[in-house]
Ligand binder design. Structure first.
Ligand code: NAP
Length: 243
C-alpha cells in the first residue's frame, strides 16, 4: 500500500533534503511551500523520474492565513505522516520585539502546526502507524538570547508533543520532535560569514555543523513502522552541541 507523508517546509534547506530521503525510503509526498514554489517544481521533476511508482504533489499554503486549515484538508487523500519543517525566526532583543513579530512566530511555528495536526488526527489514526514529527531546535531545550521567541516556540512544540503523544498512542500515532543543532544552510550563511563558521564548528563536540542529511536521516527513522514504540520525545541531533 502507498504510504503518504505531508511535508511542510519542503522548500526549505532541511525540507528539500527530507523530501529526497523520504522518497528514497518509499514515501509518496505532498510537498508544501509558500514563497518559493519554484523549488518544489525542481524537486518534483527529480523525484518523479527517480521514483515513478510513487506520487509527488505540490501544495501551496501560507501558515499566516487564518483559513489555512480549511484550505488544506479538502485537498488531501489519506495521510500516514505529518512532518513540520517550516519555521521562521527573528534576531533581536526580546525587549525590542514588536507584538506582530511574536504573533507571526507563534502562528507559523506552533499554532498552525497544532491546528493542522488536530484536523488530520482521524486520517492518521486510520493509517495504523500514524506519525507526527515537528522540527524543533536545541534552542527549545536551552534558550538562546536574540532568539527568545523562537526558543519559546520550539520549547512549546516539545511540551506539546510529550502531552499529545499520550492522548494518541492507543491510536497507533507517534508524536515526536526532531531538534537540530546548527545546520549548514543558506538561512545561516550570513550569520556564519567571515570565520564565524569555523569558530562555531570548534564549539561543537562533533567538530562540524550538521548537513541537512544528518537531520533527514533521523526523520526517516522516526517515520518507519518499526519506530512505533518511540513517542513523546525530543531527539536532539546536534553533534553534542548545547544539549
Ligand atoms: N537551519 C538550522 O540551523 C536549524 C536549526 C535548528 C532548527 N531548525 C528548524 O528546522 C526547520 C527547517 O529549517 P530550514 O533551515 O530548512 O529553514 P528554511 O530553509 O528557512 O525553510 C523555512 C521553511 O518554512 C517555510 N515557511 C516560511 N514562512 C512560511 C509561511 N508563512 N507559510 C508556510 N510556510 C512558510 C518556507 O517556505 P517558503 O520559503 O516557500 O515560503 C520554507 O519551506 C525549521 O523549523 C527550523 O526552525 C533549523
Amino acid at each position: 500500500m502507498m504510504k503518504r507523508a505531508l511535508l511542510f517546509g519542503a522548500t526549505g534547506a532541511i525540507g528539500q533534503s527530507a523530501a529526497r530521503t523520504l522518497a528514497a525510503a518509499g514515501w509518496s509526498l505532498y510537498l508544501q511551500g509558500w514563497h518559493h514554489m519554484d523549488r518544489i517544481g525542481a524537486l518534483l521533476t527529480d523525484l518523479a523520474a527517480d521514483y515513478p511508482q510513487q506520487e509527488f504533489l505540490p501544495l501551496q499554503l501560507d501558515f499566516t492565513a487564518r483559513d489555512a486549515v480549511a484550505a488544506l484538508t479538502p485537498q488531501l487523500y489519506g495521510v500516514d505522516a505529518l512532518v513540520f519543517s517550516q519555521g521562521i525566526t527573528d534576531y533581536e532583543l526580546f525587549a525590542e520585539a514588536p507584538a506582530a513579530v511574536l504573533d507571526a512566530q507563534w502562528q507559523v511555528n506552533v499554532r498552525m502546526p497544532l491546528l493542522i495536526t488536530q484536523a488530520l488526527q482521524e486520517k492518521l489514526a486510520q493509517s495504523g502507524h500514524g506519525r507526527v514529527v515537528y522540527l524543533g531546535s536545541v534552542y527549545g531545550g536551552q534558550g538562546s538570547p536574540m532568539e527568545v521567541m523562537y526558543s519559546t516556540t520550539k520549547g512549546a512544540l516539545s511540551a506539546f508533543a510529550q502531552a499529545y503523544a499520550r492522548e494518541v498512542a492507543s491510536l497507533g500515532i507517534t508524536v515526536n520532535v526532531l531538534a537540530p543543532g546548527a545546520v549548514d544552510t543558506p538561512m545561516n550563511a550570513a550569520m556564519l560569514a567571515g570565520g564565524a563558521k569555523t569558530a562555531l564548528a570548534a564549539e561543537i563536540p562533533a567538530g562540524r555543523l550538521a548537513q541537512p542529511q544528518d537531520i533527514a536521516y533521523w526523520l526517516q527513522v522516526l517515520l518507519a513502522p518499526q519506530a512505533q514504540y518511540l513517542t513523546g520525545q525530543t531527539i536532539y541531533v546536534s553533534g553534542g552541541w548545547r544539549i
